[in-house]
Design a protein around this ligand. Structure first.
Ligand SMILES: CC(C)(COP(=O)(O)OP(=O)(O)OC[C@H]1O[C@@H](n2cnc3c(N)ncnc32)[C@H](O)[C@@H]1OP(=O)(O)O)[C@@H](O)C(=O)NCCC(=O)NCCS
Length: 268
C-alpha cells in the first residue's frame, strides 16, 4: 500500500508518493491554524499515564463518563476516556474553547458533530484501533476516517464477499495469496472512511461503493451505485499508521493540503 497518495492533481505537489511513513506525522506547531480546504490528521496513542487519564476524565461530559463506566474491560475504558479527552483537547486548539465546554451532537447514524455553531466551524471524524486513535479536522470539508489493526484469523474471502460486489470479489480472488490480506484491509478502510465521511456508517451498502484496492493503485472511489455522482468527486488517502495497521481518510471534496500531526498525550 502506498503511504499517503492521491490521484488528484491539485494535491500531488503536497503529497508526493511514496512518502516514507514516519515523515508524514510531524510535531505540530504551538499555534495551530486550519485554513479553508486544508485537512489536518492527528495520530495519537491512547494509552495514557494515570495523571493524564484523570485530566481527561474530568473534561468528559456526564454522558461520556457514563459511557466509559459501561465499558467492562479496563483497557477499553481507559482508551475510550483518553480518545475522547484527546478529541476535546485537539478541538479546543481549533476552537479556542476549553475542552470541557465543547458539546457534541450526533447525526441519525451516530456521527458526532459540534453541537453549537462555532467559529471557525470544524468538521471532524475519529477512528480507533487498539492503542491507536486517528482524528481528522477540516473547516469546510466533511471528513471520514477508518483505522484497522491486523487480525490473525480472519477469513478474508468471506468478508470480501460480504462487503464487495461480485466484480470486486473476482479481482480480490485473482490476487496472489500473499497480497490478499493487505488488499482486504486497504479495501475495508477505504470503504469505511467513505461511509463515515458520508455519515451513514455501515448502514451504507458497502457493495454499492467501489474503491480501488490493488497493490500500488491510487486510492479512489471508482463508482457508487444508486448515488448521485457527487461521491465520485471525493478524495481518498491512505494513512501510514505503522506496521500492522491500515488507515484511510475520505474527504468530501478536494483538499488543497493534508497535514499529519503527532499527538502526544502526556505532553498535552
Ligand atoms: C461508525 C461505524 C462505522 C464505526 O465503526 P468502528 O469500526 O466500530 O469504529 P471506528 O473506530 O472506525 O469509529 C468510531 C468513531 O466513529 C465516529 N462515528 C460514530 N458513528 C459514526 C457515523 N455514523 N459516521 C461517521 N462516524 C461515526 C465516532 O466518533 C466513533 O468514536 P466513539 O466510539 O469514540 O464515539 C459503525 O459504528 C457504524 O456503522 N455505525 C452506524 C450504524 C448506526 O446507524 N448505528 C446507530 C447508532 S445511533
Amino acid at each position: 500500500m502506498s503511504p499517503l497518495s492521491s490521484n488528484h492533481s491539485d494535491v500531488k505537489h503536497v503529497l508526493p508518493q511514496p512518502v516514507p511513513a514516519p515523515s508524514f506525522w510531524r510535531v505540530p506547531p504551538a499555534k495551530i491554524q486550519l485554513p479553508s480546504r486544508h485537512v489536518h490528521v492527528w495520530r495519537g496513542i491512547v494509552d495514557p499515564s494515570l495523571p493524564r487519564l484523570q485530566v481527561y476524565q474530568e473534561v468528559l461530559s456526564p454522558d461520556e463518563q457514563a459511557r466509559a463506566q459501561r465499558l467492562i474491560r479496563p483497557e477499553h475504558r481507559r482508551r475510550f476516556i483518553a480518545a475522547r479527552g484527546l478529541l476535546r483537547d485537539l478541538l479546543s486548539r481549533y476552537l479556542h474553547a476549553r475542552p470541557q465546554d465543547i458539546q457534541f451532537g450526533s447525526g441519525p447514524h451516530g456521527k458526532p458533530f459540534l453541537q453549537h455553531p462555532t467559529r471557525p466551524f470544524v468538521h471532524f471524524n475519529v477512528a480507533h484501533a487498539r492503542h491507536l486513535a486517528v482524528y481528522a479536522f477540516s473547516q469546510d470539508l466533511e471528513v471520514g476516517l477508518d483505522l484497522e489493526g491486523n487480525r490473525g484469523s480472519l477469513d478474508y474471502t468471506k468478508l470480501v464477499e460480504r462487503m464487495c460486489s461480485p466484480e470486486e470479489l473476482q479481482t480480490f480472488l485473482h490476487l496472489p495469496a500473499a497480497q490478499q490480506k493487505s488488499a482486504f484491509f486497504t479495501c475495508w478502510t477505504r470503504k469505511e472512511a467513505v461511509v463515515k465521511a458520508h455519515g451513514k456508517g455501515l448502514t451504507f451498502p458497502l457493495k454499492h461503493l467501489r474503491v480501488s484496492f490493488l497493490p500500488g493503485q491510487f486510492p479512489e472511489i471508482l463508482d457508487v451505485q444508486g448515488q448521485s455522482s457527487a461521491l465520485t468527486h471525493w478524495s481518498l488517502f491512505d494513512l501510514p499508521m505503522g506496521s500492522g495497521f491500515w488507515g484511510a481518510l475520505a474527504v468530501a471534496g478536494r483538499p488543497s493540503h493534508v497535514h499529519g500531526w503527532e499527538a502526544t498525550l502526556d505532553a498535552g
